[in-house]
Design a protein around this ligand. Structure first.
Ligand SMILES: [Zn+2]
Length: 205
């Protein structure tokens, strides 16, 4: 069984679980950091969508969009509040704001699982995130920065790992094969472990 923890189907952010004879899409709901300015207008409609989803995403912080950063923090805090009160894990988009994500985790004492999707930073940053029970999802880094990806894969406890395709258009099976090749392990090991990790996210609600 392959879990694609973050991808996009028909303009929606989804989690996709698939195998040879099985393909299940689970839509996530959340306010993306690029869209925080539209949030206030959409609250009632959005809360209805939230009730129907199992996971909140993608939400988070993006420092490339500096002009809205304060508002992003405000909305992210609201997402954390919803995540905790509805017991829904979060898929997080983070660009150059890892320390702020950790700060928010500490400050809010959040206990729901958080998954940093498209992780693209150092082993040191990863260690900080792991300390706060945060999961790491890898995608394009496996292709664009092999050396760093190998370092990360060498150091990550497998029970904290996810894989994803996001907007790459790749096949998730190829992403698993790539990660397994970089780790020198069998694809089945990743399939089993990541499916178990996903089970842990699902068990929260
Ligand atoms: Zn995405």
């Amino acid at each position: 069984m392959y879990v694609d923890i973050h991808t996009h189907v028909d303009n929606q952010s989804v989690i996709r679980i698939l195998d040879n004879d099985f393909d299940k899409i689970s839509v996530t709901w959340g306010v993306h950091p690029w869209e925080v300015n539209d949030y206030d207008n959409n609250v009632p409609r959005d809360l209805r969508s939230l009730g129907m989803t199992a996971v909140i995403g993608e939400v988070g912080l993006d420092k490339v969009h500096k002009e809205t950063f304060e508002k992003q923090i405000e909305v992210f805090e609201e997402m954390i509040r919803l995540s905790e009160s509805y017991r829904k894990p979060m898929i997080i988009h983070c660009v150059r704001a890892y320390s702020e994500i950790i700060e928010m985790r500490k400050k809010t004492k959040a206990t729901m699982p958080w998954v940093i999707h498209g992780f693209n930073s150092s082993v040191e940053t990863m260690r900080q995130l792991l300390k706060y029970d945060i999961y790491i999802s890898l995608g394009e880094i496996l292709y664009r920065n092999e050396n760093q990806a190998v370092e990360i894969l060498k150091n990550i406890p497998l029970e904290r790992l996810f894989l994803e395709t996001d907007v790459s258009g790749r096949d998730i099976k190829d992403v698993y094969a790539k990660a397994a090749a970089l780790m020198g392990c069998d694809i089945d090991v990743l399939c089993r472990q990541i499916f178990e990790n996903y089970g842990r996210l699902e068990a929260t609600h």
